[in-house]
Ligand binder design. Structure first.
Ligand SMILES: [Zn+2]
Length: 189
């Protein structure tokens, strides 16, 4: 089946911005298509081809009109579930980690000072698969490209300030206030 022009342009645009927040305006401009058409193409990529495109419906970290393609889709349509980590699990891990690299604290869209490129998040195993680590929420974490490359076979043990802050960011204002009050008592005047 021939790929439609606008859909292919959306594919290329999203692939060039994996892990970054993109807006509906950017996607529409890239597609050169009308609103109804580009929205339909995005839905097709998401639901028919299994692309891990997330929206504000999936996470509190996005506003309406913002999208993230979380990672490079499988080359061949239909083989994505053979890789072990489903789109749902990916989504859960990223949400769990507040879309924050669990080693250095960078988030998608920021510039990685190590590479000068925009940060993309990957999923890394906490306990490496070669050591018996499983593909499950408790054994996966979000890592930027730099940390991902350096993190193979390293076991993560203690909660770091980065992880703690990423959790606090996810919490409701009420919970954040409770944490603030606790710190005020502990470190306050
Ligand atoms: Zn990192």
């Amino acid at each position: 089946m021939r790929r439609s022009g606008s859909k292919e342009r959306i594919r290329q645009f999203l692939l060039a911005h994996i892990g970054e927040i993109v807006t509906s305006t950017q996607i529409r401009d890239a597609a050169g298509a009308n609103v109804i058409e580009w929205a339909r193409r995005v839905r097709e990529l998401r639901y028919e081809e299994g692309w891990s495109i997330i929206t504000h419906n999936d996470t509190i970290h996005l506003k309406p009109g913002q999208y993230i393609l979380k990672e490079k889709p499988a080359e061949k349509i239909g083989v994505k579930f053979m890789r072990g980590i489903s789109a749902k699990l990916r989504s859960e891990v990223l949400e769990h980690d507040g879309f924050t690299c669990q080693m250095c604290g960078l988030t998608p869209g920021e510039i990685d000072p190590n590479t000068g490129r925009k940060v993309c998040l990957h999923l890394g195993h906490i306990k490496d698969k070669s050591l018996g680590g499983k593909d499950e929420l408790s054994n996966l974490r979000a890592l930027c490209s730099s940390c991902y490359q350096g993190a193979k076979n390293i076991t993560w043990e203690k909660p770091t300030s980065v992880w703690l802050l990423s959790q606090i960011r996810r919490a409701s204002q009420e919970e954040q206030r409770a944490v603030y009050e606790w710190f005020s008592k502990k470190f306050g005047e």
